[in-house]
Design a protein around this ligand. Structure first.
Ligand code: PMP
Length: 430
């Protein structure tokens, strides 16, 4: 049946569908960290709808509340509801650093890109500027503003002109740059400062610095301490908002509520989506400092702003993560997974680097001469599919195996998935 469905999809669906590899995969049900295909095969899901299902598939605590809400009222735009106010309060409770108690939240459309567009508008509105600083390897979504901030030409090459004044500074990616983390950090910060301050290389009228505190699509690139803090200083020195895109890294993914919590820095603006809706319902939000709340009614909108059913899912998901201490679990399990992969890296030179925080994990593969080994990673992904484990890829030339499992993944299941992944690595790098 999977094969039949895939054939039909190829016949009638858009060519824009990005179907990975050659294995026919058509799913019909998920439970926790597993997902079942239409032929009855069960897979361990190590990618969770690209980091969406942090509380697992069909989490009963979340789903029950969603069902109840759907029976009552699915959607109201932005009239007050208990769910809306409760979610705003919950987000304040988990907000990073000094954003807690000093923020407003705007809901726009339901996707991450909508939150990015809101943050671009907010930065422009508050500064009067139009220049945006973003980073190489960054990914922020498929809408025009978000594409402008993204650096990968593959996603945006055909759609220019996009936003005119965007400059992509280097992200500190020590492994790929052949630098020490200290050098990569210092060089990246010097470049950003020049873009903002140097009259010979700067943006005419900067409006804000947009950064993923950990790059996701770029290859799970984790900056060392000092980089985000340095951006904070540059932003402060120049009166610019610092905007963190926490769409992939937020809501517990890294073993803290937000990636920002791992660093000594608080952004002025923070985007959330993906896992925010709880159990996969689409919802996005942009949190920002209260002093930036200068715009007026209608300055940011969208039919699905504040989808009450997704909000109920989001509240329940946050409660579930709190009640089961899934942040600590994600930290511990993430360390265990990275430890097992690092043991492989110790003896296998093609596994160049293992990175990550919590259950946001990347394993980068390189050929003998150090170039990105995208084909190897494709073979690893294929082997994993054939042996019942879903993994995703990322990064330059697809050379990173990316793991984004539900935070409810047990150690037992993680070890089974890792047994398969380790075999896959051996088979693909033989
Ligand atoms: N920002 C980041 C960091 C992302 O990872 C993504 C999606 N992968 C987006 C923005 C865009 O989100 P969406 O696809 O929901 O528009």
């Amino acid at each position: 049946r999977s094969r039949t469905l895939l054939e039909k999809q190829r016949e009638i669906d858009s060519s824009a569908v990005a179907y990975p590899n050659d294995i026919p995969l058509a799913f019909e049900a998920g439970k926790g960290a597993t997902i079942r295909d239409v032929d009855g095969n069960t897979f361990i899901d190590m990618f969770a709808g690209i980091g969406v299902l942090n509380v697992g598939h069909a989490n009963p605590y979340v789903v029950e509340a969603i069902h109840e809400q759907m029976d009552k009222l699915v959607h109201t735009v932005d009239f007050p509801t208990d769910a809306r106010l409760e979610l705003i309060e919950k987000l304040d409770e988990i907000a990073p650093g000094s954003l807690a108690g000093d923020n407003r939240v705007v809901f726009g459309g339901p996707t991450g890109s909508d939150a990015i567009e809101a943050s671009i508008k907010l930065a422009k509105f508050n500064t009067g500027g139009d220049g945006l600083i973003a980073f190489r390897g960054g990914y922020h979504g498929p809408t025009s503003g978000a594409m402008s901030l993204s650096s990968n030409r593959k996603f945006k090459g055909h759609y220019t002109p996009l936003l005119p004044d965007v400059v992509h500074a280097p992200y500190p990616y020590a492994f790929a740059q052949g630098k020490t983390p200290d050098e990569a950090t210092k060089d990246a910060l010097e470049e950003v400062r020049a873009i903002v301050e140097d009259p010979y290389s700067g943006l005419a009228n900067p409006a804000g610095i947009f950064v993923e505190p950990i790059q996701g699509e770029g290859g799970v690139v984790v900056p060392q301490k000092g980089f985000l803090e340095g951006l904070r200083d540059i932003a402060d020195d120049n009166g610019l908002p610092l905007i963190f895109d926490e769409i992939q890294s937020g809501i517990g993914r890294t073993g803290e509520w937000f990636a920002a919590d791992h660093y000594d820095v608080t952004p002025d603006v923070m985007t959330m989506a993906k896992a925010l809706g709880g159990n996969g319902l689409p919802l996005s939000a942009t949190m920002y400092r209260e002093e930036l709340d200068t715009w007026g009614p209608g300055d940011h909108a969208g039919t699905y702003r504040g989808h009450v059913t997704a909000m109920v899912g989001g509240i329940r998901a946050i409660e579930y993560i709190q009640a089961h201490d899934l942040l600590a679990h994600a930290r511990e399990l993430g360390e265990h997974i990275r430890g097992r992969l690092e043991a492989v890296a110790d003896t296998n030179p093609m596994l160049g680097e293992v990175r990550g925080k919590g259950l946001f994990i990347g394993a980068e593969f390189v050929t003998e001469d150090g170039t990105p080994a995208g084909e190897t990673v494709e073979a690893i992904q294929q082997y994993c599919y054939e042996h019942g484990v879903l993994v995703w890829t990322a990064g330059r030339y697809g050379s990173i195996v990316r793991l984004l499992p539900p935070l409810v993944l047990t150690r037992e299941l993680a070890d089974i998935a890792l047994d398969v992944l380790v075999d896959a690595i051996e088979a693909a790098t033989d």
